[in-house]
Design a protein around this ligand. Structure first.
Ligand code: PHE
Length: 385
């Protein structure tokens, strides 16, 4: 009995020592160990929480499937996820942590362009390839040659929605309501406006808000007074839903148009009948697509309690596939080699379409237009680049 106690005591003393040894043996850079570490930064909480959650679910599914098929370079892939809380300032903190403390060899994220723009210079400086699943502002990949994305960019998306307004809705008098706190919103507003003007349309009102505002009535009153036939609101879902509600309360009953930032089940949950009949463009619809897309929907539903994947989930999934494929082709996790392999991505079959990375490190892909009917998103059409 006494002996056992001593042994037990001895192991208590030894335990921290063993732990220290194990930790000490683990290579700090994560490159020589038996796992390949990939970092993800996403808005899992906060104002745009559904963006991060959906994107994360797609990313996790991809990594699990890749690991089930043997991982990459003979190693298991480990995904390390950090929450940006939908807040400026967090992306820099968490991406620094992923690189310096965790030793990730590549980074997936973010959804929101402003947050990708905050993290991109850090990835660039550290020569760690970053792949954004769905940030669409052109400036993101302009940061440098380590920064990629697997989605289309806003000059295309803005053109798609402007043509929809001009040609499908036959609207010639259009208003724009921009979130001046968001790089995404400002960029998309400009590209939309340029194309409306090229189409011979007229911008009858241009007003601003700050993401997170609660009262939009002053600006919406001015928009209504300009008598538009459609209003473009290139914002994120929480703001867009409130804007729709207040627009209807003021009797502004023309269609509201949005971009991919509208995509969230919260848009209809908050906006209810106020968003009925509105339109937005996005990257993917589970209603249409390839065999690969159908398998993705089925596997996603199996993995995530029957939920149907949205565009964010699909883009998150694709971002992981593209990064891991590049690591495989590079035959290495060295930053410069993975960067070169990413840049050489060509005709890669993904859920949101076929991905070829162009000279600007963007993907040229089709967009879909959805409308809201009976509280559901309904697929209308696909627009090729
Ligand atoms: N494209 C948006 C941005 O750049 C983010 C987004 C993508 C939102 C896809 C919803 C769906 O900020």
């Amino acid at each position: 009995m006494k002996r056992a106690l001593n042994l037990w005591r001895g192991s208590l003393v030894l335990a921290p020592l063993c732990l220290a040894l194990v930790v000490g043996c683990r290579p700090a850079d994560g490159k020589k160990s038996d796992v390949i570490k990939i970092g993800e930064f996403a808005s899992l909480t906060g104002k745009e929480a559904t963006f991060g959650q959906s994107s994360h679910e797609g990313t996790v599914l991809a990594i699990e499937e890749l690991n089930a098929a043997g991982g990459v370079l003979g190693k298991r892939i480990e995904l390390l996820t950090e929450d940006t809380q939908s807040k400026a300032g967090e992306p820099a903190t968490v991406v620094n942590k992923l690189i310096s403390r965790d030793g990730v060899v590549g980074i997936l994220g973010e959804v929101a362009s402003s947050r990708s723009l905050e993290a991109a210079p850090i990835c660039q400086q550290n020569k760690i390839p970053m792949v954004s699943p769905s940030s669409t502002n052109p400036k993101v990949t302009e940061v440098g040659d380590y920064i990629f994305r697997v989605c289309f960019i806003d000059p295309f998306q803005g053109t798609v929605m402007a043509n929809f307004a001009s040609r499908t809705l036959k609207a010639t008098r259009v208003a724009i309501f921009t979130d001046v706190k968001s790089d995404y919103s400002k960029g998309l507003a400009k590209f939309f406006k340029d194309q409306i003007l090229r189409n011979g349309g007229q911008i009858v009102a241009e007003l601003d808000f700050n993401g997170g505002d609660k009262d939009f009535k002053g600006q919406l009153t001015a928009i209504k007074a300009a008598n538009p036939e459609a209003v473009f609101v290139p914002g994120y879902y929480t703001d867009a839903a409130l804007i729709a509600i207040q627009a209807r309360q003021l009797g502004l009953n023309v269609p509201l148009l949005g971009g991919d930032g509208w995509e969230s089940e919260k848009l209809t949950e908050i906006g209810k009948e106020a968003v009925e009949g509105d339109y937005f463009s996005t990257h993917y619809s589970a209603e249409v697509g390839s065999d690969m897309s159908k398998a993705f929907v089925a596997n996603y539903q199996k993995r995530w309690q029957g939920r149907t994947p949205d565009a964010l989930a699909a883009c998150g999934y694709d971002s992981a596939l593209v990064l891991v494929d590049a690591i495989r082709r590079a035959g290495s996790t060295e930053g410069a080699k993975v960067r070169d392999a990413l840049a050489a991505t060509k005709d890669f079959k993904a859920v949101t379409g076929t991905i070829t990375i162009n000279a600007q490190r963007d993907a040229s892909k089709s967009a879909v237009i959805l409308t809201i009917r009976d509280g559901q998103y309904k697929y209308l059409e696909t627009i090729e680049p």
